[in-house]
Write a protein that binds this ligand. Sequence first.
Ligand SMILES: Cc1cc2nc3c(=O)[nH]c(=O)nc-3n(C[C@H](O)[C@H](O)[C@H](O)COP(=O)(O)OP(=O)(O)OC[C@H]3O[C@@H](n4cnc5c(N)ncnc54)[C@H](O)[C@@H]3O)c2cc1C
Length: 439
Amino acid sequence: MTLDRRNFIKLLGGASGLALAGHAAAQGKAPAVSAGSAAEIMPKGSARRVVVIGGGYGGTIAAKYLRMLDKSIEVVLIERNKEFVSCPFSNFYIAGLMPDMKALTIKYDKLAANHGIKMLHADATAIDAAAKMVVTSQGRLAYDRLIVSPGIDFMTDEIEGYDARTPEIFPHAWKAGPQSALLRKQLQAMKDGGTVVIGVPLMPFRCPPGPYERACLISSYLKKHKPKSKLIMLDANPDVVSKKGLFTKAWNSYYKDIFTYVGGQITKVDTKAKIVVADNFDDYEVAVANVIPPQRAGNIAVAAGLTDDKKRWCPVDAISFESTIHKDIHVLGDATLLPSDGGAMPKSGYSANSQAKVCAINIVALMNDKPTTELSAINACYSAVSETESVSVSHVFKVVNGKIKITASAVSPADFSIAKTEKAYGESWLKNVLTEMST
Ligand SMILES: Cc1cc2nc3c(=O)[nH]c(=O)nc-3n(C[C@H](O)[C@H](O)[C@H](O)COP(=O)(O)OP(=O)(O)OC[C@H]3O[C@@H](n4cnc5c(N)ncnc54)[C@H](O)[C@@H]3O)c2cc1C
């Protein structure tokens, strides 16, 4: 639900609004009160303005390409954090294969300076689609068009016993940063002989191959440092959802004594007793539990009424990425629900990057009364199967009759014959994409 104009203006007078709005947004509900300060920050002049919420894989690229394509459009990028930590490759860090997260971390100063992007480090707490205003923890600001690329948040109420403190004991590490550090620390502190559980949620979720890559790298860590330990993967899906043949080959050939794949959805957690309960009628006593809860679009998208009936993902047009619910608001990356014919674009950084470029091209076209361009995009996804080897799957997507369709695909050879080379390709992709996002 979006605030209507009357409520919006009324609420701007509320003194205690900020905390409440932030809390409501964090719960994924429409905020009862918006930011208390009536101050309009960055008042809009005569220039046309696009505001972007979220400085991650989608938002940074959209902001950059908008400015590269049309310097007459003012671009404001709202991001709550001063630094961005990449989820891609965070599994290497978790498994102790990187000394720290420096190679995963980018800042925004060069991006902003090089392209004249106005950065606003604030929390976006509400969107008034009728008044074309974003409410933030610093005040409100006006837009002509808005891009929302907030990534994901979690549907934790689907797991009994899961509360605000659960991720401090059973980390999800599905947003990179402190959660990744905690999971790594727990693995390193664990006694040899302990049981580690990774809980995979039902699709769709961010990065379908991510849990299976994590299983490979944590197994590799245990094999080397704690060989009496076990890793159990509880998968809520009927089967491995990505690169099944390649991951199964790695598990069977490298990690047979450590790793077990089990069907089952985590339905309950008990952090005191250190037990996770699955719907396969088994309880698992854990030394370390990496519980990845089911996911939906980031809280701001839900709070702004951009999500579908299930309050999960944001339906968008496949060409412009404009929301089918609110005009002049575009949604990118993990938060989207794209109309697809056969193969959905995976929720990946690569997809978000591709979508951001097409979205920027089409926003500039729409703002200049020019025809739009149909999406043609790639997603290539590299996943590590061991410390030194990676595999990949790639797809080419096109829009056919308003829906996204896969027109070509490629997958790594089953014998891992180029897996060492693909590890290098993956590293180079990460370096390139993070450089593109930060300069
Ligand atoms: C373990 C793991 C491994 C992965 N590996 C790969 C990989 O190898 N290749 C790949 O392509 N993808 C990978 N991914 C997926 C990739 O991380 C995501 O698909 C990608 O980050 C999505 O981009 P996004 O722009 O939608 O969201 P994000 O990149 O998460 O960006 C969202 C940004 O919005 C900000 N934000 C959110 N809400 C607000 C708000 N209200 N106000 C202000 N700021 C806000 C956040 O702070 C964040 O910076 C992986 C994911 C995981 C978890």
